[in-house]
Design a protein around this ligand. Sequence first.
Ligand code: SAM
Length: 232
Amino acid sequence: MEDSVNQWESNIYSKGKQLNRYTWGEVYYYANRYFFPQISRNEDINVLELGSGTGNNLIFFAELGMNVYGIEGSSTACAHAQNKIAKYPNIKSKIICGNFCSHPLPFENNSLDLILDRGALTHNFSKEIKNVLTEAYRVLKPGGLFFSIHFFSDKDSRFGKGIEVDYNTFKDTGGKTFEGVPQVHFSNLEEIYELYDGFTFELIEEKSVKRYRPYEGEDSASFDIVAMKPYE
Ligand SMILES: C[S@@+](CC[C@H](N)C(=O)[O-])C[C@H]1O[C@@H](n2cnc3c(N)ncnc32)[C@H](O)[C@@H]1O
């Protein structure tokens, strides 16, 4: 597993790929739709991103005065994120360079308002994904939200291709869009209900993309999930 986390550094970020500058569109959308309406402006708000990459998503929340935390395996990506976050000295923040599957998550029980996963959890093994979600449940406040965006589905055209390295998890699936990326776990609705045991759902959507140019044949399918830790 450690090896696959290192592949993000060696195959992607150290080669100058995926150095995203700005917040992913879905993060804006789901934050506006589900998160901002339920938080009070006077509170200290704590946001954690699992696989925070270059910090491009976290700056959106930092800009709004929220405390931001990231756990990211690539040292190059961490350095980019630390530079971005340093522009907000008035908030509490920390980018932890490490594997978010190494347990436990370094946060107190009931301490976070939002946990973000944009394209990170889906690149891990099923047992680890389950463990991370159990930990996420522990550290979220009651009413806290978990966004999972681009959690790949078994309806994706790459499902079943390449080498199966774990349950429904494949590497070397071929094609351009997963080039250099470690394994991909492909999920389904039944598994999502098991993974998110204890959470309630604000949203589960499965989105399919038919690709013509330039990645013809690499049709993708993935879930977007907004889950809540219920109030006791
Ligand atoms: C597709 S990128 C997304 C980056 C960022 N979330 C964004 O939306 O731009 C996936 C990120 O998750 C990180 N990642 C995946 N599994 C990880 C793990 N187990 N521990 C730490 N980082 C991980 C990768 O290093 C990579 O930066």
